[in-house]
Design a protein around this ligand. Structure first.
Ligand SMILES: [Zn+2]
Length: 375
């Protein structure tokens, strides 16, 4: 028998809309349509647009694009668009952006997502200033020196194709540095798309120490092991890369324990950038229209998590990293309504997203957003 569950707005704190930049892969309108169909009440856009979102004007552009979408399509479900902005000017890692003016403009949090802020002094200055503004700094925790030219974790496919490996230390070195800066600055720190058991353990220890450290797990890192990648298919390539079964079980355990929240890292790319194999393809996959079913599948169906705790990782926990201004906008965010008991499979070809880079086709779940079932 089907049952309907209603939760406070689910918030995806990690989406890439390619607007401005590559609107053929995702506009603000198509991204918001995908978020609506996926059952979300709000999304936070990442600032690695082109040009990068590092100014109040760039933030305003995105809100204008949402207004245009509302005016032209008058959608039934209207997700709130929250905007993150760069930690550093131009997302170049050298000079801290004008964080103060971005807060004035209502920024949700700061991140250079797509790049790690490698300069320790720049990160420390940013986190000192962000702390004074009562803001969260989010980090794409992958140390480029440790990563080298790696494209995948050590796994059977990597060995078979002789692909360059991304070591676990790429993530742990970055997280250790970030936690150290959090400790001296008192700034709230959020680790984006955490992927390794060792990284999760660092976050657990920081939380035990009483530091304001949070982290997010994506559906793909919770669902797919690098050991199961059968062929040279870049729909399994992302940064950070897919972990092994031990990583997956630690990520799931951390979600159960309330250590990790969810986020998609919805990252659209054109087919020509994802058809070049692991060595040359772009990083990232889309996920907005499958994230609620798939996190339900792994955490509720497979791990036995209660629906309320599962929902908290999409709704209550993400609020803790938002600015007060961004959180106040959530008063307008529509509730998330899901139907349980209607088992069906993900069909990537039916997505309303403009992109198709997604490895989830055919994966089944019992839980689907009401908006998805109605569309
Ligand atoms: Zn990232």
């Amino acid at each position: 028998m089907n049952s309907k569950l209603v939760f406070p707005a689910f918030i995806d704190v990690h989406v890439h809309f390619r607007d401005p930049g590559v609107p053929s892969t995702e506009t603000t309108a198509s991204g918001l349509s995908a978020a609506a169909r996926g059952g979300f009440g709000a999304v936070v856009t990442m600032p690695n647009t082109s040009p990068a979102c590092d100014s109040p004007e760039a933030m305003l552009y995105q809100q204008r694009r949402r207004d245009e979408w509302l005016a032209s399509e008058n959608p039934q479900r209207k997700p709130v668009l929250l905007t993150s902005a760069c930690i550093t000017k131009g997302r170049a890692g050298r000079e801290v952006a004008n964080l103060e003016s971005l807060v004035e403009a209502g920024v949700a949090f700061f991140t250079d997502d797509g790049s790690y802020v490698a300069d320790d002094h720049v990160m420390e200055e940013a986190m000192r200033r962000a702390a004074a503004l009562d803001m969260t700094v989010c980090d794409h925790a992958m140390d480029p020196k440790e990563q080298g030219d790696g494209v995948i974790r050590d796994c059977p496919l990597a060995r078979r194709l002789n692909l360059p490996i991304i070591p676990v230390s790429a993530e742990t070195t970055a997280i250790k540095r970030d936690i150290a800066v959090c400790r001296v600055t008192g700034c709230r720190l959020h680790i984006q798309h955490i992927s390794t058991a060792e990284g999760v353990s660092l976050v657990r220890d920081a939380q035990k120490e009483g530091l304001a450290v949070t982290a997010e797990a994506t559906p793909h890192h919770l669902l797919i092991s690098c050991d199961d990648i059968a062929k040279d298919d870049a729909n399994f390539k992302m940064a950070p890369p897919l972990g092994n079964k031990e990583d997956i079980s630690e990520l799931r355990r951390a979600v159960k324990d309330g250590v990790l929240m969810f986020a998609t890292d919805h990252a659209p790319h054109p087919a020509e950038k994802k058809s070049l194999g692991f060595l040359k393809s772009a990083n990232g996959i889309i996920g907005l229209e499958a994230a609620i079913p798939l996190t339900w599948r792994v955490m509720v169906e497979e791990e036995g998590l209660s629906p309320d705790k599962w929902a908290a990782a999409w709704s209550i926990m993400p609020r803790s990293i938002l600015s007060n201004r961004a959180e106040s906008l959530l008063a307008n965010a529509p509730d998330t309504v899901v139907e349980v008991g209607n088992r069906r499979a993900v069909e990537v070809s039916n997505f309303v997203s403009l992109s198709r880079n997604c490895p989830y086709d055919g994966i089944k779940s019992d839980c689907w957003p009401a908006d998805f079932l109605a569309s």
